[in-house]
Design a protein. Structure first.
Length: 192
């Protein structure tokens, strides 16, 4: 069986993003488990705010097409999702919306396994945003999302200088989620 291809992406493009730290750690752990990891930053794929009139006049932006190709080429996707006002970031929502408008062959959301995580300076650890993200992916886009998620509360102090999680319980959650993503992805690859 070939090596699973896993894309890892943060829903934040901020340079000091806690979710980018979580994404980097997830990418490292997936690579250790022999996944072929593509770790990308949405900062490298700027997109205008979705507007149906803009799409009608100019078509789907090239960066949305590039992201569509990245997503559809994967067996699994690990998204880290910052929480803004108890929801997901406008950057992540806009990106998912534009990708969904690409009419080229290949499926960016269905037939692949998604894992979700969040890191937040607050006590909820981004959990409220993860619930909204799950709804968008499963109900809106038809994706298969693993039931378990990782939530890193008080994330400003949750990472050591090597980028590892310092709290054993949360580190264990991430390890279990990464393992579950690899297992589920291999099952989907076998059944697909």
């Amino acid at each position: 069986m070939r090596t699973p291809k896993i894309l890892v992406c943060s829903g934040s493009s901020r340079s000091a993003s806690l979710n980018a730290k979580l994404a980097a750690l997830a990418a490292k752990k997936l690579a250790i488990l022999d996944a072929e990891v593509t770790h990308l930053s949405l900062k490298d794929y700027p997109l205008p705010i979705y507007d149906g009139d803009l799409e009608e006049v100019e078509g789907v932006p090239e960066n949305a097409r590039k992201l569509h190709k990245h997503f559809q080429a994967q067996d699994g996707i690990f998204l880290t999702c910052p929480e803004y006002n108890a929801g997901i970031t406008p950057l992540l929502k806009n990106t998912l919306d534009w990708i969904s408008r690409v009419k080229e062959p290949g499926e960016p959301y269905r037939n692949k396994v998604f894992a979700l995580g969040a890191a937040s300076p607050g006590g909820f650890g981004g959990m409220r945003g993860l619930i909204g993200m799950r709804t968008i992916l499963e109900v809106g886009l038809g994706a298969m999302v693993l039931p378990q998620m990782v939530s890193v509360p008080r994330a400003s102090g949750a990472f050591d200088d090597k980028g590892d999680l310092t709290e054993e319980r949360v580190a264990g959650q991430l390890d279990k989620l990464v393992d579950a993503l690899m297992r589920a992805t291999r099952i989907e690859m076998t059944n697909g």
